[in-house]
Design a protein around this ligand. Structure first.
Ligand SMILES: Cc1ncc(COP(=O)(O)O)c(C=O)c1O
Length: 474
């Protein structure tokens, strides 16, 4: 194979074919000094550095530039970047490129922690917008156009808006195009965390990418849904409001000066996989998916829920939590993406036409797992969710300011009008009820008390035994 359509993969192959002697970093010297088992060590011959013919991620001019140009053409961006530290670094770079200390940023409240970290690092001030509750998946969904309009009216000085779509559970935002338009009418750049949507491009049956809907900056974890290695991700820009140079500038600062060539080659390959994905491939995927769903639904007590993104599937076992189901599946050698109170989340393989594995064997394992549950006591699966008390809220202090302040633990009943020092997150659904820096109102207190009484679990600065939360000192 010549790998003509994968410039970086080809460059690495060409380099290796010369049997190069390594007198350069990395120290494993093409794997020679590595103590890893042979099958792992084999990959190290490609774990090289910025050598002649292999280009430089931070100043791409040859193979990496060609690979990124192909990526950009596929996704229809002005420029696309390879990321070697996940969508995490993409979220950081998107915010650094668009906001400064003290700027207001509209942020969907159920954002990934990297967005919160970006706010902390930039010193920008979030205006949190609550997502709608998504009944079908029993998870926090996306934000509505109506609520975005409301937030923008209240805070017309917002400098950037960050949305998350699809969610981890495959919930898309069907109003995204209009949301982007309304943000643009205020000259606000739209940053979309599309970590779970790198595969949307392969077929129209998948939801549309926010990039196609007019978003300025879109980050995608290629490693989550395309066949790329863990951490390997894409960042696309298509904007009249954000400069490509600023994004490149921050990526240079935030990404390693020794990016992994194996990761980057896997990005080149993942792009090629998406680019060559055709109707026959999608037909095979559908057959695989429908076959699996049919088998799963034939198991008594099992519910298979299909979210907007066809690559995701939720599985519920009547009377059992997702955690118990996950454990039973693992006993059969099936590892799912995650479990919550209600269900487990499966991320299906985006197979192509040549996939010929039968899933009857897989279905049997699912069946055995569910059967093993019959001996276990059924748990009352209760919904603990209560919608956040305010649709739009700003913090009293930025995360950066909070770091310089003293904190103390106080009983929840004495916390009214104090400022939360850290976030308090009922889990599930995992959306912060109180974000760090937000003022504690009577309404928040009541919600926390109700959730505690219902036995809800929390993450963050709350002691569930003493019923204390951490607040900023007086
Ligand atoms: C919505 C969302 N955004 C960003 C990230 C971070 O992505 P990565 O693991 O590629 O850094 C995740 C990871 O799970 C995520 O779910």
């Amino acid at each position: 194979m010549t790998y003509e359509d994968r410039p970086l993969v080809r460059a690495l192959q060409n380099f290796q074919s010369r049997n190069p002697l390594s007198f350069h970093v990395p120290g494993h010297k093409n794997g020679m000094l590595s103590g890893l088992p042979d099958n792992m060590r084999q990959a190290l011959v490609y774990d090289v550095t910025e050598l002649t013919g292999l280009d430089d991620l931070h100043e791409p001019a040859e193979a990496i530039k060609q690979a990124e140009d192909k990526l950009s053409r596929l996704y229809g961006s002005d420029r696309s970047f390879f990321l070697v530290n996940g969508s995490t670094v993409g979220n950081l770079a998107m915010l650094y490129a668009t906001v400064r200390q003290g700027d207001l940023v509209l942020v969907q409240r159920n954002a990934h922690k990297s967005v919160f970290h970006a706010l902390e690092l930039t010193g920008a001030q979030p205006v949190f917008l609550s997502p709608d509750w998504h009944e079908q998946t029993q998870t926090a969904g996306t934000v509505s156009l109506e609520n975005v309009k409301y937030a923008l009216k209240q805070y017309p000085n917002i400098k950037a808006a960050v949305f998350t779509a699809p969610t981890y559970y495959g919930v898309t935002n069907y109003e995204m195009e209009d949301i982007i338009k309304i943000c643009h009418s205020y000259s606000i750049p739209v940053l979309v965390d599309e970590a779970h949507g790198a595969h949307f491009i392969v077929n129209e049956a998948f939801p549309k990418s926010a990039l196609d809907l007019g978003a300025d900056l879109v980050v995608q974890s290629a490693h989550k849904t395309l066949p790329a290695m863990t951490m390997a991700s894409f960042l696309h820009i298509h904007s009249q409001l954000v400069s490509v140079e600023r994004v490149a500038h921050y990526l240079q600062m935030l990404q390693s000066s020794s990016p992994s060539y194996v990761l980057m080659a896997s990005l080149d390959d993942a792009r090629y996989y998406a680019e060559t994905y055709n109707e026959n491939d999608y037909a095979r995927f559908l057959l695989y998916r429908q076959g699996l769903i049919q088998e799963l639904r034939s198991i008594q007590g099992v519910e298979a829920v299909e979210p907007d993104d066809g690559l995701k599937l939720l599985l519920r076992a009547e009377g059992h939590t997702g955690f118990v189901l996950q454990e039973a599946l693992e006993q059969q050698g099936i590892y799912v993406e995650l479990a919550d109170l209600y269900q487990v989340l499966l991320i299906l393989p985006l197979v192509k036409a040549d996939y010929d594995e039968e899933h009857a064997n897989t279905a049997d394992k699912f069946r055995r797992a569910v059967k093993s549950l019959t001996d276990k006591e059924a748990a009352a699966v209760q919904t603990y969710f209560s919608p956040p008390s305010s649709l739009v809220s700003v913090t009293a202090y930025t995360a950066k300011q909070l770091h310089t302040m003293s904190t103390e633990w106080v009983h929840i009943e004495q916390a009214a009008q104090r400022v939360a020092a850290e976030s308090i997150i009922p889990y599930p659904p995992g959306i912060p009820l109180l974000c760090a820096g937000e003022r504690v109102t009577e309404e928040y207190i009541k919600q926390i008390q109700d959730l505690l009484a219902a036995g809800c679990r929390f993450q963050g600065a709350i002691n569930m035994e003493t019923k204390e939360i951490k607040v900023v000192g007086n």
